[in-house]
Design a protein around this ligand. Structure first.
Ligand SMILES: *[C@@H]1O[C@H](CO)[C@@H](O)[C@H](O)[C@H]1NC(C)=O
Length: 314
């Protein structure tokens, strides 16, 4: 093109978030804190659900998978980022970059679809409460967990394959802190419009599909709650889905913002901040959302702690 060296790129370089030492120190500590809270909170959630028979219900089965996905998505990004903050040359190999973008995309995608499956679960629990245990059999629960992984694998495998089949030569600096699919497009030396169209259409289609499941579930939940006569009954029904509603609003709110924003209207730094939020901060929030507002989780936690300090028989 401009007589640049046209040798194929064998590694990528991250630009990172900041160059100031002070900001680096603050960022490192914050990120380390968030990552440790994420791992601790989600691991605690999985352990609690696994150990307490009272939490062996479909909702908590899904929640334990959500926690697992949160740990994985955070781990596919945060450790590498922590390592890179103080490294001068933030290089990642071509293959390493493909692997990171695949795993990061897999877990973020799975989280979206898992939240849709959980909306269906809440819908069944509230609107068809008498048939709930019948409908949510072990088999259906397993399908509702495998489905999200399958959808996410199809999505991310398509995008990653298409992106890494592009020819890369010349510039190899990714203006991002992890290997995401779309920042690679501008580095390719061929036209990437096919990738952009596929990204827009496929992500849009499955995004709309899972959004629709959530919206339909919540409309039906709302109609059921409105039909309940007593205020107490209304509050009880709502409380079983309020945590999920909070989790959905935060994740889908963020993704929607990313998807609909005109890409030119924000600086790249804002885009990076938003990515940081949904890849690193949201995985930390889910266990907090589900434990703070939830009597069952708090009760299970108390029982575990009490058992340890005051063994049975007192
Ligand atoms: C599909 O993968 C792309 C690329 O990582 C991602 O931006 C998008 O959010 C994913 N779509 C869904 C619905 O998970």
């Amino acid at each position: 093109m401009e007589g640049k060296n046209e040798t194929p790129v064998s590694e990528f370089l991250f630009l990172g978030l900041t160059n100031h030492l002070y900001q680096k120190i603050v960022l490192f500590n914050m990120l380390l804190f968030v990552y440790l809270v994420t791992m601790g909170g989600n691991l605690g959630m999985v352990t609690l659900i696994w150990a307490d028979p009272r939490l062996h219900t479909p909702m908590y089965f899904f929640l334990s998978h959500l926690s697992f996905v949160d740990m994985c998505s955070s781990s596919s990004i945060a450790p590498r980022m922590l390592y890179d903050i103080f490294t001068e040359k933030k290089a990642i190999s071509f293959v390493g970059c493909a692997i990171q973008s695949w795993f990061a995309g897999l877990f973020v995608g799975t989280e979206c679809f898992l939240l849709a499956a959980m909306a269906y679960d809440r819908d069944t629990a509230i609107c068809k409460s008498l048939l709930y245990t019948l409908i949510m059999s072990k088999r259906v629960c397993a399908q509702l967990v495998v489905g999200p992984y399958a959808f996410a694998i199809i999505n991310i495998t398509t995008h990653t394959t298409l992106a890494f089949c592009l020819p890369f030569c010349g510039s190899n600096t990714i203006n991002h802190f992890f290997c995401d699919v779309s920042p690679l497009f501008s580095l390719a030396c061929a036209d990437s419009w096919v990738n952009k169209v596929v990204l827009f259409v496929l992500s849009g289609a499955i995004g709309v599909f899972s959004c629709l499941i959530i919206i339909v579930s919540y409309v039906s939940i709302l109609m059921t709650i409105l039909k309940i006569q007593t205020a107490d009954g209304k509050r009880k029904a709502f409380s079983t889905c309020s945590s999920h509603l909070a989790a959905v609003s935060i994740l889908y709110g963020t993704l929607f913002f990313i998807y609909v924003r005109p890409s030119a209207s924000f600086s790249l730094n804002i885009n990076k901040m938003i990515s940081l939020f949904y890849t690193v901060v949201i995985p930390m929030l889910n266990p907090l959302i589900y434990s703070l507002r939830n009597k069952e989780v708090k009760g299970a936690f108390r029982r575990k702690v009490q058992k340890k300090h005051f063994p049975a028989g007192r």
